[in-house]
Design a protein around this ligand. Structure first.
Ligand SMILES: Nc1ncnc2c1ncn2[C@@H]1O[C@H](COP(=O)(O)OP(=O)(O)OP(=O)(O)O)[C@@H](O)[C@H]1O
Ligand SMILES: [Mg+2]
Length: 354
């Protein structure tokens, strides 16, 4: 089902609430599609170190690297590429592209205000993730891009990240600053000048100069930025883009998945399917006869707990099914964390089992 759902897509975005398995699903989907002959790149965000190591992503290169699957006994007709998003670096690269000349570029990159701002914007990761996606999509090096999304409290932050950035660049605050005789001029005028120069003496940082250089250099880039944010945003609505909503079968993530789905539709963004991850499955079959009384009692207690979990999960899946239809894939709770290529291979078996 996942295979047909992804047919003809160029971008898959794995969204969902925190800790449900977005990174795991993104990587496993990418692996499965590489096996099906595509050249796939997965853009992961803050993967666990062990998983990153297993994918050969020790260094942050901010560019995809080819993952060698053969040592793991996996034959891929296509190629699996993986990268870890370096949000700050992506933001810097954007400045490099948009700056009219090298001098402006260097001025902005070296500017302390920019450094603060870019860490703050990049820190939220939502915009930079889509910006990177846009970059990779433009290159046409890959048949399919799979995007992991940041562990945001609210998956919706992701959807309006481009808008938020556009609002910032078109917003009153920045405009006032950029208008020579406006509020910015006043702020940078006499009285504040005294404050700034005192600050400078105390801290050794020439804030006033930083501020004016920042706004002067950035002024010429507002249009470029706005335009970029608009195109990056448009990518989310492209028919070749699809969203997989990843969720665990527990109360809160399920409610968030349903809410997110509604928002996706309202925003005109393409919902592809639902992935239920970490489903507890009720145990079945008789216990081995030779366990002994004490052990049998303990095993039975554990089985009871597991049955209760399985029941709870099943009820949550029903709730999901009623709201969003049948899941495109269901992955059980595995015995172990998914921290290497082998683990991913197991997840992808369940993802693509139909
Ligand atoms: N089916 C599964 N069975 C067992 N463990 C799993 C399964 N799927 C994911 N995990 C484990 O659950 C943890 C969370 O998974 P993952 O990092 O993919 O979630 P995430 O949604 O990306 O989290 P975050 O929101 O923090 O980015 C990881 O330790 C992962 O190994
Ligand atoms: Mg993650």
């Amino acid at each position: 089902m996942l295979t047909s759902l992804l047919a003809g897509k160029r971008i898959v975005i794995c969204a969902g609430s925190g800790g449900v398995g977005k990174t795991t699903t993104a990587a496993a989907v990418a692996m499965g599609m590489a096996e099906r002959g595509l050249r796939v790149a997965v853009v992961t965000i803050d993967p666990a170190r062990r998983l990153a190591n297993s994918l050969g992503l020790q260094e942050l290169g901010n560019e995809p690297r080819l993952v060698d699957l053969t040592p793991h006994g996996i034959e891929a007709r296509g190629e699996l590429w993986a990268m870890m998003l370096d949000a700050k670096r992506t933001f810097d690269e954007l400045i490099e592209r948009l700056a009219p000349d090298e001098r402006t570029r260097d001025e902005v990159l070296a500017n302390r205000i920019y450094q603060q701002l870019s860490s703050a914007v990049a820190g939220s990761q939502e915009f930079t993730a889509i910006a990177k996606l846009y970059e990779l999509d433009q290159d046409r090096r890959f048949d399919l891009l799979v995007l992991d999304t940041p562990p945001s409290r609210n998956a919706l932050d992701f959807l309006d990240a481009p808008d938020r950035l556009t609002r910032f660049f078109q917003g009153r605050a920045l405009r006032l600053f950029l208008r020579p005789a406006g509020f910015g001029g006043k702020i940078l005028g006499r009285g504040t000048g005294v404050v700034f120069s005192v600050l400078q003496r105390v801290t050794g940082v020439d804030l006033l100069r930083d501020l004016s250089v920042f706004f002067r250099s950035l002024g010429g880039m507002v249009d470029g930025f706005t335009d970029r944010a608009r195109r990056v945003g448009a990518l989310l609505e492209d028919p070749a883009t699809t969203f997989l909503i990843v969720t665990a079968p527990r109360h809160d993530p399920v409610e968030e998945a349903i809410f997110f789905h509604r928002k996706l539709r309202a925003a005109g963004m393409p919902f592809g399917g639902l992935v239920v991850n970490r489903l507890h499955v009720a145990p079945h079959g008789p216990l081995p006869p030779d366990l002994g009384a004490a052990l049998t009692a303990r095993v039975e207690a554990a089985l009871e707990d597991l049955s209760a979990l399985a029941e709870r999960d099943a009820a949550n899946v029903e709730r999901l099914r009623a709201a969003l239809g049948d899941p495109a894939a269901v992955v059980p709770e595995l015995d172990d964390d998914v921290h290497d290529v082998q683990g991913l291979a197991l997840v992808r078996e369940h993802l693509f089992a139909d």
